[in-house]
Design a protein around this ligand. Structure first.
Ligand code: ZN
Length: 281
């Protein structure tokens, strides 16, 4: 598969897979001159054949019009498609959630409470376009305490990703730690009351992301509003940017100094993109 990806972009492989599905017995062959994946092909094969999908951060684009094909060819020539392949080490920006991307409300536990901070959507879009993988890493002990269910957390993240979509922005992964080490809360979930390896400032979520997305730690960053985030960056070998939103680094949990301090997430992204110009790609 690796060799194939180096020769053919994933777009072509996807198209080839669709043609293979289309040619299977039982597929309804449309008399329409033009047909699309979403409207025509997938509905035709669902239920008749095994159709599997996976979330990929690699370069996948519909190139079914001359204009789109020109764009894909241009991306191929500039190396954008190859750089996006997980065969190559990826640059990433890890970002804390509450107080950094959305308003800090103290134990956010429902989608209605979620409100994106200014500059967040447009600046995640800037990171997307610059080729950074964007991963949210968030401690959610409210799950272990029984204050928020798994399904409500899913709704919160669905709303978060929908709000980003309004800016044409997306995150590649959301990692959350549902654990908490201290027992004694009414309604707590005993199975989540453990000393895990993923609760920040421990590095379990970063290690999972490195494995999932082939991330190059030496070219990656951490943005957050607490000393926990800064210590996480130090523990994982990431450069750190403290934002003055949320707790603004005044939580007094750990005696750490960030590599950089800025006012908000938008300034953090500007700093990272400016610094990346000095890196040898
Ligand atoms: Zn955990």
């Amino acid at each position: 598969m690796t060799d194939i990806l180096q020769i053919f972009p994933p777009t072509l492989i996807l198209t080839a897979c669709i043609i293979k599905i289309w040619s299977m017995p039982g597929c309804i062959v449309s008399k329409k001159k033009y047909w699309g994946r979403g409207k025509d092909i997938f509905p035709s094969v669902v239920g008749k054949h095994c159709l599997r999908g996976y979330k990929s951060p690699e370069y996948i684009k519909d190139c079914g019009t001359p204009e789109r094909l020109d764009g894909v060819c241009a991306d191929f020539l500039t190396g954008k498609i190859a750089r996006a392949s997980l065969c190559h080490k990826q640059m990433a920006v890890f970002v804390d959630r509450d107080g950094t991307l959305n308003l800090e409300v103290g134990h956010l536990c429902s989608a209605e409470q979620l409100e994106l901070l200014p500059y967040v959507g447009a600046n995640i879009s800037r990171l997307n376009k610059a080729g950074y993988r964007v991963c949210v890493v968030t401690n959610q002990p409210v799950i272990a305490r029984g204050g928020c269910s798994d399904s409500e957390l899913k709704k919160i993240h669905n709303k978060f990703e929908t709000l980003l979509g309004e800016y044409g922005a997306y995150v590649d992964r959301i990692y959350s730690c549902p654990h908490h080490p201290d027992r004694g809360f009414v309604g707590e979930r005993p199975e989540l009351k453990i000393n895990c390896n993923c609760r920040k400032p421990k590095t379990g979520m970063i290690e999972k992301a490195v494995k999932d997305l082939n991330i190059d730690i030496s070219r990656s960053w951490m943005i957050g509003d607490t000393t926990t985030d800064i210590l996480l960056a130090q523990n994982a070998g990431l450069r750190s940017v403290l934002v003055k939103t949320g707790y603004a680094g005044l939580d007094k949990k750990y005696p750490v100094i960030p590599d950089y301090t800025v006012q908000h997430f938008g300034e953090a992204v500007a700093l990272i993109l400016d610094q990346s110009k000095n890196l040898v790609m």
